[in-house]
Design a protein around this ligand. Structure first.
Ligand SMILES: Nc1ncnc2c1ncn2[C@@H]1O[C@H](COP(=O)(O)OP(=O)(O)OP(=O)(O)O)[C@@H](O)[C@H]1O
Ligand SMILES: [Mg+2]
Length: 467
């Protein structure tokens, strides 16, 4: 996003000696510069030369700067050139009017050349940023069918590793902090290497120890109390496709031994069964804790670790590939527009700069939630710095990442105590309502239920508006 030195600038000013000195200076800086002496000539020049930036004097005989701006706005809307007004000292009224008409910046005369240079440079940076946003929104950047986004060298290494998995069924261990995109990488591996087979995931952390094995291998009728029919396991379901063992670190040692056998022999028996089955797909394991250190502590089998770790992919935390933030933000703007029918068209550079200062403890998942929350409340279709005030401790009593952390913890608690689905439904409805500031129409849409259904749930769960 660097300034374009060969950009086109139009200077509109009735004082020709001022215009000439600006022109000479800006040309020496590498820009192409046109000059007009009033609004009428200015409009003609815009049509003929399509400048990127206009430096527009306010007080001119004939058509003045405000009138020219008005006309441009009317004719070209948002696609009008970026305009920097040149105002006389104290011309506040005109300045306010010009802002409302979409002027980008003001310079008060007399203008030192260095100040002019900086204003123009900033202007071009802004243009190049908006162009990049438009470019991404038009879907021109879509590695992996527009799922995984990122151009940082760490991400490119991951794409290369995925590419190298074509034509083999090697086991892959994906590690990385929570929310970095491990499951997304697993899906990309699947889509790239065995798109015709099924993709099946087991969340090992969500299963009680005594169920994990039967979940993996299936069971036969009579294997244990309640097993009144034969049942397929996830290995059967994944067949020649991909099986993702999510959160592998929490599996019991006894289960790890069985898994090792599957990896070594590609064979398994359903619980209670004696007929061997074979697995021809790929196993991917993921972990958000360092498995090697669990091995060192005796909590994870070393032989299994090496079996899983044939190919190792480390997904970096967002703070370590923050250069991808712009791409990711725009990607999520598009995603939210599609999924939630919001209509975000752009984001200001100030907003992106602000988001770059956040530490993103919840990584890309947190970013997705932050963009979603801002998009739901967007005004005038543009996300601004203020759209993200909820991230700023000065504006609220806790960032979204905090409340998300609580949310995740609560979810963790819910799973460990195995509560009824209703309890999770209640929590989720509460979360969506608070994210939309209790906009019931939007909440119902996000939840995929009708307004009356949402109202019924609010009543049933005794949910109370506290925003
Ligand atoms: N590089 C990326 N490009 C686009 N979206 C991404 C990327 N990485 C992650 N996401 C999105 O962020 C969210 C979290 O990703 P994912 O579930 O893959 O993370 P995870 O590492 O498996 O997290 P956890 O450890 O909590 O299970 C998903 O909605 C995913 O679509
Ligand atoms: Mg995951």
């Amino acid at each position: 996003m660097s300034a374009r030195k060969n950009g086109k600038i139009l200077i509109v000013d009735d004082n020709s000696s001022i215009s000439r000195s600006y022109q000479k200076y800006l040309e020496s800086e590498g820009y192409t510069v046109f000059v007009a002496s009033d609004g009428v000539e200015g409009i003609n020049m815009v049509e003929k030369e399509s400048p990127d930036i206009i430096l527009l004097d306010i007080n001119m005989p004939g058509k003045n700067g405000i009138e020219m701006l008005e006309e441009l706005r009317q004719n070209m809307g948002r696609s009008m050139p970026l305009t920097i007004m040149l105002t006389a000292y104290g011309d506040l009224e005109a300045a306010v009017k010009a802002t409302n008409l979409g002027a980008y910046d003001f310079l008060t005369k007399p203008i030192p050349l260095e100040k002019l240079r900086l204003a123009v440079k900033r202007g071009f940076e802004k243009i190049s940023f908006s162009e990049q946003v438009a470019y991404i929104l038009e879907d021109k950047i879509s590695p992996f069918k527009n799922t995984i986004v990122g151009r940082d060298s760490s991400m490119i290494e991951i794409y290369k590793t995925i590419g190298a998995l074509q034509g083999n069924k090697a086991t892959v261990l994906i590690s990385g902090e929570s929310g970095t995109g491990k499951e997304m990488v697993a899906r990309a591996i699947h889509d790239t290497t065995s798109p015709d087979g099924p993709f099946i995931a087991i969340n090992c952390a969500a299963l009680p120890e005594n169920l994990i094995e039967s979940e993996l291998t299936g069971y036969v009728k009579g294997a244990f109390t309640g097993a009144d029919t034969d049942r397929e396991g996830k290995l059967d379901a994944a067949k020649n496709g991909t099986l993702l063992l999510d959160e592998i670190s929490v599996t019991p040692l006894e289960f790890q031994a069985k898994l090792l056998r599957v990896l070594q022999e590609k064979e398994y028996f359903p619980v209670g069964g004696s007929k061997k089955r074979t697995f021809e797909g790929r196993i991917i394991a993921s972990t958000n804790v360092n498995l090697k250190s669990l091995v060192d502590q005796g909590k994870f089998r070393e032989d299994l670790f090496y079996r899983l770790n044939v190919i190792n992919i480390e997904v970096p935390p967002l703070r370590e590939h923050i250069s991808d933030l712009d791409l990711l933000i725009v990607h999520f703007m598009k995603k939210v527009n599609t999924n939630m029918k919001t209509n975000v068209e752009s984001i200001t550079k100030e907003a992106v700069d602000f988001l770059k200062t956040h530490s993103w403890p919840g990584n890309i998942r947190e970013l997705e939630n932050v963009v979603t929350k801002a998009a739901i409340n967007v005004k005038d279709r543009i996300l601004t710095r203020d759209s993200f005030n909820f991230l700023d401790p000065e504006y609220s009593n806790g960032s979204l990442s905090d409340c998300q952390a609580n949310e995740t913890e609560n979810m963790g608690d819910l799973f460990s105590s195995l509560v009824p689905l209703k309890e999770i439904e209640k929590k989720y409805i509460e979360f969506v309502l608070s994210s939309t500031k209790w906009h019931k129409g939007k909440s119902a849409e996000i939840l995929g239920v009708t307004r009356p259904t949402l109202d019924k749930r609010i009543e049933e769960f005794k949910l109370i508006k506290n925003v």
